[in-house]
Design a protein around this ligand. Structure first.
Ligand SMILES: *Cc1c(COP(=O)(O)O)cnc(C)c1O
Length: 390
């Protein structure tokens, strides 16, 4: 007996599900160089154009001079620096929560929060389209785990009625592969009526939604009582790296004591926290980035529907074009690339079977002309491809 990796890989290829990493030889930006080719990219999560912003980059350099490079140890030992602490205070203020806890990644924040809050004898209920890290966390927690129909408060309510122990309802704030918003007012009302807690992972909402970029809870005006556990990530609109969990004093102290992915890992480099303080300031103060983005979103949706493309129900910078068939999604992505445009095809198991899509994402760093170039290339790419039946 041995591991038959080659046939596993061959099967993946045959199903048009093989994944490859485009290799970037330029900074992260809307204009990138990949494998020597200059491309206009519509696939990063750098929604506000801060990943390569000169002031954020300068803050990172200053942070390195001031704090050195490595975190050196876990937060509980000697890795918790003044830079991390100031960022936690600023994130608490942005979210309107008493406290925030900095984590090294969003994946770890989700594993940490869910496994610290529920275990055997408890219940975790999740939207079926939640991010993989939330689903993994639910399984790892050992709690009874059930997935409700996407954004469906009735489906959630049926499960709430059967829940045992402490019950945590978990949802993406903005769904990462569809771009739609969680129906939080209804979900929070159901949960509160049953004494359950709501946890929102707003990786894609922070920076994009809300007057101050405070994300989906600012958008709906939801307090810490409505959403006791709020997760955000720093690698998307903030343009840096890491994540945070915001909530009550007691929640944060509980996580410091019990969240294993917080306790057993080295703190993020303090210079990253220092840079994030700068990007947080730009994200809050430069409302024009959100306004410009909103205009780009409208321009893209108008143009795409005029081309007869199947848009999804999204008002966010995530504007997927539903294709269905994985092979066709790959062909379209390749045809766009021949025309100088980079858009990734997203296929199962990242999205449900038969719903392969081109995940177009827009950034405040794009111009209106960039959107027009994308639409023109889409029109040409579509007419260049033979029809394939799903
Ligand atoms: C990207 C993402 C994460 C993971 O965050 P990282 O900081 O990249 O590990 C978690 N949840 C959602 C919804 C995401 O989109």
């Amino acid at each position: 007996m041995s591991f038959d990796l080659s046939s596993r890989l061959a099967e993946r290829r045959a199903a048009h599900l093989y994944r490859q990493r485009p290799r970037l030889t330029s900074p992260q930006d809307v204009q990138v160089t990949v494998d020597g080719q200059q491309l206009l990219a519509f696939c990063s999560n750098d929604y506000l154009g801060l990943a390569n912003h000169p002031e954020v980059a300068e803050a990172m350099v200053e942070g390195v001079r001031r704090w050195g490079v490595g975190g050196g140890a876990s937060h509980l030992v000697i890795g918790h620096s003044e830079a991390h602490h100031q960022l936690e205070d600023a994130l608490a203020e942005l979210t309107g929560r008493p406290r925030a806890l900095l984590m090294s990644s969003g994946y770890m924040a989700n594993i940490g929060a869910i496994t610290a809050l529920v275990g055997q004898g408890d219940t975790v209920l999740q939207d079926r389209l939640n991010h993989a890290s939330l689903l993994d966390a639910g399984l790892l927690s050992g709690a009874r785990f059930s997935r409700y129909l996407h954004n469906d408060a009735d489906s959630l309510n049926k499960r709430l009625a059967k829940a045992v122990g402490n019950t945590l309802v978990v949802t993406d704030g903005v769904f990462s592969m569809d771009g739609d918003l969680a129906e939080l007012p209804a979900i929070c009302a159901q949960a509160r009526a049953r004494g359950a807690w709501v946890m929102v992972d707003d990786a894609h909402g922070f920076g994009c939604l809300g007057e101050q970029g405070g994300g989906v809870v600012e958008h709906y005006g939801l307090s810490v009582d409505d959403v006791p556990v709020l997760v955000g990530t720093l690698g998307k609109a903030f343009g840096t790296a890491g994540a945070f969990i915001a909530g009550s004093e007691e929640l944060i102290e509980t996580l410091i004591q019990f969240a294993r992915p917080y306790i057993y890992t080295t703190s993020q480099p303090p210079a990253v926290a220092w840079a994030t303080l700068k990007s947080l300031q730009l994200l809050r103060e430069e409302g024009w980035r959100r306004e410009h983005l909103a205009r780009l979103i409208a321009r893209f949706r108008e143009g795409a529907s005029a081309l007869g493309l199947q848009l999804m129900d999204s008002a966010t910078p995530i504007q997927p074009l539903l294709i269905g068939n994985s092979e066709r999604a790959m062909q379209l992505s390749a045809a766009l690339r021949e025309r100088g445009i980079l858009v990734t095809a997203i296929r199962p198991p990242t999205v449900p079977q038969g719903t392969a899509r081109l995940r177009v994402t827009l950034s405040a760093a794009h111009s209106g002309e960039d959107i027009d170039r994308l639409l023109g290339a889409l029109q040409q790419a579509l007419s260049s491809l033979p029809e394939i039946s799903a």
